[in-house]
Design a protein around this ligand. Structure first.
Ligand SMILES: Nc1ncnc2c1ncn2[C@@H]1O[C@H](COP(=O)(O)OP(=O)(O)OP(=O)(O)O)[C@@H](O)[C@H]1O
Length: 409
């Protein structure tokens, strides 16, 4: 059985030529044939109990509208929604608070709207206050709060009881870093206990860390769905599409079963990518701090006005660790003819933490691939960084550190 079952869901908004046409329509003066704009079109999704699903897409793709339909704050034009269990939604956190009431009073009010009685709220209020960590402000009117304080109280009350279904819309990105980390821990704990999660986020690391499936929305429809890494790579490839012209996007599993994404208009193609160590040997293993050289060869297929070669190194969660390109370094090659061969080398010290890294390579015009992308190759190579010579450290960057510790008796 699905915890969330959505079938052929659509939401249309009527668009009028002017305010007058809108009013005329209300007054049944039939002089304003309105067009319908479909913010959500024919969406079907099944989410199993305990599953975590990410929803991604450009601004205006229909993500918030979909969540509003799921939480019942908007009614669908057509389609069906079934949700099992108690839903808690973190949308527009704190918007429902009464500014004249204190945080504590708002917590009682918000919790009673969620269906909890006074005794149940009395039993949780101390925990909510402790989680929000806003000190004496908890008993001050909400109008005196900073937006961060409001988010803290709103998150604390919305998650005071573990919901069966948690719906989160970028809500966490507004809090401060400390509170975001604490909120993520709470969401992770809910997931471990069986909560179903629907998360709208542009944060690739958060979606990859929390979700097992992602859906890419575009113009109100599902363009693709699958494992979050593959869907984010596909999304990244769509960012270079212009004027509604679709980019060719290939996704194929390599020998190890990893899905590799390649996209672009193919006016130039990457031929080979390899990583060399300081002994000029091709490697897939580097010591922390060892010098490395990323070597790329490419061929020009059609005459192009310019070519920029770039790369990005990502950690295992898909978070970019470092990326640069020849445009940032003022080495754009111009006026390339079909048949030309291009070689590029990027040399750098592997000042990275231990672990696995994935490299994407790009050939494009302009400062990034969103202007015109010839070839983008996600996961072109992978490599490992090991530390057998330096002091132990954590994290994905190696920052050579001088340490001074003194004791005064
Ligand atoms: N009440 C409304 N009336 C008319 N159009 C609307 C309404 N609400 C949303 N839309 C339109 O529907 C489309 C989808 O909007 P939505 O807010 O769902 O996108 P989104 O993917 O959440 O975008 P963002 O990432 O910017 O929040 C947009 O073009 C938006 O202008």
């Amino acid at each position: 059985m699905s915890e969330i079952r959505v079938r052929n869901l659509s939401k249309g908004f009527r668009q009028y030529k002017s305010e007058w046409h809108r009013i005329a329509n209300w007054l049944y003066l039939n002089r304003a044939p309105a067009k319908t704009f479909w913010a959500v079109q024919d969406i079907s999704i099944d989410v199993s109990p305990g599953e975590a699903v990410g929803i991604i897409g450009r601004n205006g793709a229909g993500k918030s509208t979909l969540l509003k339909l799921l939480t019942g704050t908007m009614t669908p034009s057509t389609g069906e929604i079934q949700i099992g269990g108690r839903v808690s939604a973190l949308l527009e956190l704190g918007m429902g608070f009464n500014p004249e009431l204190t945080g504590r009073e708002n917590v009682y009010h918000a919790s009673s709207l969620q269906g909890f009685d006074r005794g149940q709220i009395d039993g949780r209020i101390d925990a909510i206050e402790a989680f929000a960590e806003i000190g004496t402000y908890f008993d001050a009117p909400v109008r005196t709060y900073s937006s961060g304080m409001q988010v803290r109280v709103a998150f604390a009350v919305a998650t005071a009881w573990r919901p069966d279904v948690l719906i989160v819309d970028e809500a966490l990105s507004v809090g401060d870093t400390y509170f975001q980390a604490k909120s993520f821990d709470r969401i992770r704990a809910f997931l471990a206990e069986g909560t179903t999660l629907l998360l709208v986020s542009h944060d690739r690391a958060a979606v990859q860390a929390l979700c097992s499936v992602a859906y890419l929305l575009e113009d109100g429809r599902i363009r693709t769905h699958g494992d979050p890494k593959t869907v984010f790579e596909y999304y990244n490839a769509t960012l270079s599409e212009r004027d509604g012209v679709a980019t060719a996007i290939e996704q194929q599993a390599d020998e190890s079963g990893e899905v590799v994404t390649r996209s672009g208009d193919a006016a130039a193609r990457i031929h080979s990518v390899c990583l060399m160590n300081d002994n000029d040997m091709e490697v897939d293993l580097l010591q922390v701090e060892q010098r490395a050289r990323l070597c790329i060869t490419a061929g020009v297929v059609q005459d192009i006005p310019e070519m920029v070669v770039g790369f990005v190194i990502r950690d295992r969660l898909g978070q970019p660790v470092f990326g640069t390109n020849s445009a940032y370094n003022e080495q754009v090659t111009e006026g390339l003819s079909a048949g030309a061969r291009v070689t590029a080398a990027f040399e750098f010290p592997a000042n990275l933490g231990e672990g696995g890294y994935v490299v994407s390579i790009a050939l494009h015009a302009g400062f990034d691939h969103t202007q015109r992308c010839y070839d983008w190759w996600d996961g072109a190579i992978t490599f490992e960084v090991v530390n057998s010579a330096l002091p132990k450290f954590s994290g994905s960057a190696w920052l050579p550190t001088n340490i001074t510790v003194m004791v005064d008796d």
